[in-house]
Design a protein around this ligand. Structure first.
Ligand SMILES: NC(=O)c1ccc[n+]([C@@H]2O[C@H](COP(=O)([O-])OP(=O)(O)OC[C@H]3O[C@@H](n4cnc5c(N)ncnc54)[C@H](O)[C@@H]3O)[C@@H](O)[C@H]2O)c1
Length: 330
């Protein structure tokens, strides 16, 4: 299929582009490069450097490239910034996404795959989190994603849009050959930050909270490999054949991993010590977030290949070791 990958020069999108091409689809990338990297996308893949809110450009691209499905990864995703500058998040994550959807409907493109997040759940009353866990985001970032999820339900009813919204847990790792990987600037994700601390390229790791009601006192999260995420996006295609059908799936391994366990994995894989500064808890960090992904398994046959933290960290290390400055090394 001809697939427009919006945000395809970003971390998760670029891994999906690769898998789409490998599976015989024709990915076309749209990315403003506000955070993405041109070098994350192979030169032979059609690339449109434009903003997702540019409806005139979208109309042209959707028609000229004969797009059949849109995968939408483009968003701002810094939780703290979403609290201090919510409008930036509402405009990019919600308003621009609605513009994208309007351009799609005008062009008759009615299949959509959306990057949602476990942040739409807020602080879950029970664990593990299923798709039926109440959605009560505790920051504007999570709210903007929930707003889009709700809009999708209405567009499915009104216009026959078929969609899948994937609620990712913590995306991590890199492609097996180590040639594309995670390069956010600024980087806030634990694994790359711990690797940078281990190699001395970054400051000591700040460990926020050691007195949580968890086995080792640090927060538990669910790290899911970026290539496993990408696989789910392709596995869902048959579901989109039914007009007006909408699906929500959690994507996580279901394995809770503590911050200290991540640090231990980084130390083992890199053979270096991670300098750590223990700090008080950070406001808004729930003690534990991990998925029940039974639904994706049952309906999509999605079984994560990476089930534990060490091989995920090993793949991230391969990327960081070969490109210590990320895409700037190219
Ligand atoms: N990384 C995670 O752990 C995680 C977890 C849950 C959900 N998500 C969601 O997954 C998606 C991808 O995350 P990522 O880590 O790959 O982020 P990323 O920042 O690496 O990629 C996002 C891409 O979108 C592009 N973009 C942003 N706004 C744009 C706009 N207005 N027009 C065109 N391009 C634009 C950026 O340039 C970037 O290339 C995001 O929607 C994010 O909210 C990520």
């Amino acid at each position: 299929m001809n697939v427009l990958v919006v945000g395809g020069a970003g971390y998760i999108g670029s891994h999906c582009v690769r898998q789409l091409a490998a599976a015989g689809h024709r990915p076309v990338v749209l990315d403003s490069l506000v955070y993405g990297h041109r070098a994350a996308v192979a030169p032979e893949i059609p690339f449109h450097a434009c903003d997702l809110g540019d409806e005139a450009a979208l109309a042209r691209i959707l028609a000229d490239e004969k797009i059949e499905v849109v995968m939408h990864f483009a968003a701002f995703a810094y939780v703290g910034e979403s609290v201090t500058d919510p409008l930036k998040y509402y405009f990019n994550n919600t308003v621009a996404t609605l513009q994208l959807l309007r351009a799609m409907l005008k062009a008759g493109v009615k299949k959509f795959v959306f990057s949602s997040t476990c942040a739409t759940y807020g602080v879950p009353p029970t664990l593990p989190m299923t798709e039926a866990t109440p959605q009560a985001p505790i920051n504007p970032y999570g709210q903007t994603k929930l707003d889009v999820e709700n809009a999708l339900k209405n567009l499915a009813r009104a216009h026959g849009l078929s969609f899948a919204a994937f609620r990712y847990f913590n995306a991590a790792g890199a492609a097996a050959d180590g040639t594309i990987g995670e390069d956010h600037k600024p980087e806030t994700h634990l694994i790359p930050v711990a690797i940078d601390a281990a190699t001395g390229r970054g400051p000591a790791l700040q460990l926020f909270g050691t007195d949580y009601p968890t086995p080792d006192g640090t927060c538990l999260r669910d790290y899911v490999h970026v290539d496993d995420l990408a696989r789910a996006h392709i596995a869902v295609f048959p579901k989109l054949a039914t007009p007006g059908a909408g699906f929500f799936y959690n994507l996580g391994t279901g394995t809770p991993t503590s911050v200290r366990e991540v640090i231990a994995a980084v130390e083992k894989v890199t053979g270096r010590k991670v300098p750590v500064v223990e700090s008080p808890r950070r406001a808004g960090d729930p003690p534990a977030l991990y998925a029940d992904a039974t639904k994706a398994r049952a309906e999509l046959g999605w079984v994560p290949e990476f089930k534990t933290i060490e091989p995920i960290v090993a793949s991230a290390w391969k990327w960081h070791e070969s490109r210590p400055k990320g895409y700037a090394d190219r």
